[in-house]
Design a protein around this ligand. Structure first.
Ligand code: NAD
Length: 361
């Protein structure tokens, strides 16, 4: 069922459109369907389209893409999606049949797309490879600070004139060991922030990053990083090889009281194993910006509803768990960069390539 409409759009009949811009850019005018479009996405895309003189017909829909909503892209050349849209084989076949010839992601991560089917259908998949690694690295640092010093609890207490410190005890970050799993653009920056706090930073990646090394990071085997770190932050992509990289076995190798931070993808963690680790006190605290079952929960207001995902609901029973709703990327700079690269990607489709931001495995 389609629901949760953004007031400014009239889906199906009259989507919000960008019209009347002059045509100075190369290639034909494209019809473009944006899925999962919130007001902030529409504002940033329209502002960039205007700035760049983009001639295309931009149609914004608040709905997440799935088999039922794909029809919204009727008459469109391009579908533009975000992290919680469903772009499996069935959806891709349906889009292709409707005439959609390219898929654009407003994200760096592409785990929601069946790339094999996209390749088979000769449908280029273009992403925004980097829009603000600072946004995500800084958010991870914010989660680390909040979990440690319990700002979220202090905020609620002091609003109630309760100035008791019981339960708010933290630890010095200085001198602690932070383990970074995945030292790409975001992980390397997070490592840099941690060295600023005086932490000793260990890292695991399939490749060593010269940037991370320049910040003084020491690469170790994954098991050594798990065993020696007081804080572990995940920054690798979700691949079959990284699915549930945090599981009962890996948790058993960690220090008692370890802090876990996940701003990367929910599927990196076996949620039930994390709950077992929290219940047994093996894990000291957890911060999640992403969650395995977030699709259908995040980016929407569910207040007043019963949360059907029992694991997710259970997370909220732990005072040492902090959840944000996939907002690590959400800064002004990131939205602007996402809009700019999306416009560039649309131009690449209009001219039938080249595709510098094509997802290639
Ligand atoms: P990146 O491609 O620059 O870096 C990813 C790193 O992970 C690379 O260094 C790669 O070698 C490493 N890696 C690959 N397989 C690995 C494995 N098996 N074990 C350890 N490391 C491995 O990506 P990035 O821009 O730094 O983004 C990292 C992740 O952050 C993305 O994949 C995405 O899932 C997530 N992300 C989240 C948000 C958010 O709002 N929460 C926003 C952007 C990105």
């Amino acid at each position: 069922m389609l629901r949760g409409l953004v007031a400014r759009t009239k889906p199906f009949l009259a989507p919000l459109r960008t019209a009347g811009l002059s045509t100075q850019t190369a290639g034909p005018r494209l019809n473009v369907a944006f899925f999962s479009a919130h007001n902030y996405d529409i504002d940033s895309m329209q502002a960039m389209a205007k700035k760049e003189n983009i001639p295309h017909d931009l149609r914004f829909f608040p709905h997440r893409l799935n088999l039922g909503t794909a029809q919204l892209a009727t008459d469109c050349d391009v579908a533009v999606v975000f992290v919680n849209d469903t772009v499996d084989g069935l959806v891709l076949h349906k889009l292709k049949k409707m005439g959609v010839r390219a898929l654009l992601l407003r994200s760096a991560g592409f785990d929601m797309v069946d790339l094999d089917v996209a390749k088979e259908l000769e449908m280029p998949v273009l992403r925004v490879p980097s829009y603000s690694p600072y946004a995500v690295a800084e958010h991870a640092a914010g989660l680390m600070m909040t979990l440690n010093r319990k700002y979220h609890r202090a905020y609620n207490r002091t609003r109630d004139f309760n100035f008791n410190l019981q339960g708010l005890l933290g630890f010095d970050l200085h001198g602690k060991t932070v383990g970074v799993v995945g030292t790409g653009k975001i992980g390397a920056l997070f490592a840099k922030i941690c060295t600023g706090f005086g932490c000793n930073v260990l890292a695991y990646d399939v490749y060593e990053s010269p940037e991370a090394l320049s910040y003084g990071v020491t690469y170790k085997k994954l098991d050594e990083v798990l065993a020696q770190s007081d804080i572990i932050s995940l920054h690798c992509p979700l691949f079959p090889s990284t699915h549930h990289i945090i599981n009962d076995d890996s948790i058993s190798k960690m220090k008692k009281g370890v802090m876990l931070i996940n701003t990367s993808r929910g599927g990196l963690m076996d949620t039930e194993a994390v709950i077992r680790g929290l219940t047994s006190d093996k894990i000291g605290s957890v911060a999640l910006d992403v969650f395995e079952g977030e699709n259908g929960i995040f980016y929407e207001d569910h207040s007043g509803e019963i949360l059907a995902d029992e694991n997710f609901a259970k997370m909220f029973t732990f005072p040492n768990v902090l959840v944000t709703g996939h907002q690590a990327y959400f800064t002004q700079e990131a939205l602007e960069n996402i809009a700019k690269t999306t416009m560039d990607n649309l131009q690449a489709v209009a001219t039938n390539g080249p595709y510098p931001n094509r997802v290639v495995i």
